[in-house]
Design a protein around this ligand. Structure first.
Ligand SMILES: NC(=O)C1=CN([C@@H]2O[C@H](COP(=O)(O)OP(=O)(O)OC[C@H]3O[C@@H](n4cnc5c(N)ncnc54)[C@H](OP(=O)(O)O)[C@@H]3O)[C@@H](O)[C@H]2O)C=CC1
Ligand SMILES: O=C(O)[C@@H]1CCC=N1
Length: 272
């Protein structure tokens, strides 16, 4: 089973906001035909309307290959009943919702339904996402392979050992792009404060984060070694890192609390 299966059997996307659009953008760029995609969303964006996919159409396939659920966890109770008629044991359901456990989908879609819980991130829009997945007992290894093939089209895929890992995963990679975007904003603002124009400061900050990320992935050295390579003894980087790496007020504690707060919110969302 692979992307051809998805193109042949059809993909239904329930909710096409920021995350659904990011993934759909990646799949369409990867060659998934728009005619194979049905989107259910009350307020389709202009971008979506121009993709050629079928939006809020009456001719939904009775047994699509995949239904991807990308509505907010708070909308789940209202949105899931529209999918119940597809809970036929054949269609594979993939949810990207933070917090909502597999058991909630089993309750709404039928306890025999194959369900995969996934946590992607928005760099999927440019094929650079990372998605962690775990299936329920009815998701066969072929269906996990199918989900992995679909999600690999928009970045890396990791298989989890336990659904419990999903809260921490959400805190690190699901929400993580927002932390990095904020880092870019902060670096650009700091550059402005040091006298650069807003445009130049933003260009420097964006390229530095993108370049450092690419190097961290491509290099044989660990991120710690790469950091040391930038840091000349008693030079400029050392002066900066003494502030950033401060044990009490520096980034390590701040990031620990940031990821912890996101993971805790994911745990709270589990209870509705
Ligand atoms: N954004 C991200 O980076 C990530 C998000 N996620 C998960 O993805 C899911 C979607 O998040 P995100 O894309 O950010 O949220 P958005 O609000 O951008 O998207 C949700 C979409 O679902 C639509 N919608 C609301 N009710 C229904 C319904 N009954 N049937 C069909 N569609 C409906 C919304 O329409 P309207 O706006 O009109 O209400 C909206 O377009 C969440 O569960 C989130 O946890 C996971 C990983 C990363
Ligand atoms: O903020 C959220 O709840 C979602 C889940 C991960 C990223 N965005």
């Amino acid at each position: 089973m692979d992307m051809d299966f998805v193109a042949e059997k059809g993909l239904v996307l329930l909710g096409c906001g920021k995350m659904g659009s990011a993934m759909l953008q990646g799949w369409l760029s990867d060659g998934l035909p728009p005619s194979s995609v049905w989107v259910i969303d009350p307020n389709p964006s202009d971008w979506l309307k121009n993709t050629g996919v079928q939006i809020n159409a009456d001719n939904l396939p009775a047994a699509p290959g995949i239904v991807l659920i990308a509505v907010k966890p708070q909308m789940m109770g209202e949105a899931l009943p529209s999918l119940k008629k597809m809970g036929n044991g054949v269609t594979l359901f993939i949810s990207v919702a933070a917090g909502t456990p597999i058991s909630a989908f089993e309750a709404a879609l039928g306890s025999e339904s194959p369900i995969i819980r996934a946590m992607p991130n928005t760099p999927a829009a440019v094929g650079r996402g990372i998605t962690s997945i775990i299936g329920n007992v009815h998701a066969s290894s072929a269906q996990l392979d199918l989900a992995e093939a679909l999600l690999r089209a928009v970045g890396q895929v990791v298989r989890l050992e336990s659904e419990d890992q999903m809260d921490a995963v959400t805190g690190v990679s699901g929400s993580g792009p927002a932390y990095v975007f904020h880092m870019i904003e902060c670096m650009a603002k700091a550059g402005e404060a040091e006298g650069l124009s807003p445009e130049l400061a933003m260009q420097l900050a964006q390229a530095t984060v993108a370049g450092a990320g690419a190097l961290a992935e491509a290099a044989e050295e660990t991120p710690s070694e790469l950091r040391v390579n930038v840091t000349s003894p008693n030079g400029t980087t050392q002066a900066g890192l003494e502030v950033l790496m401060d044990e009490e007020n520096g980034l390590p504690d701040l990031i620990r609390r940031t990821v912890g707060a996101a993971a805790n919110r994911s745990r709270e969302l589990r209870n509705g």
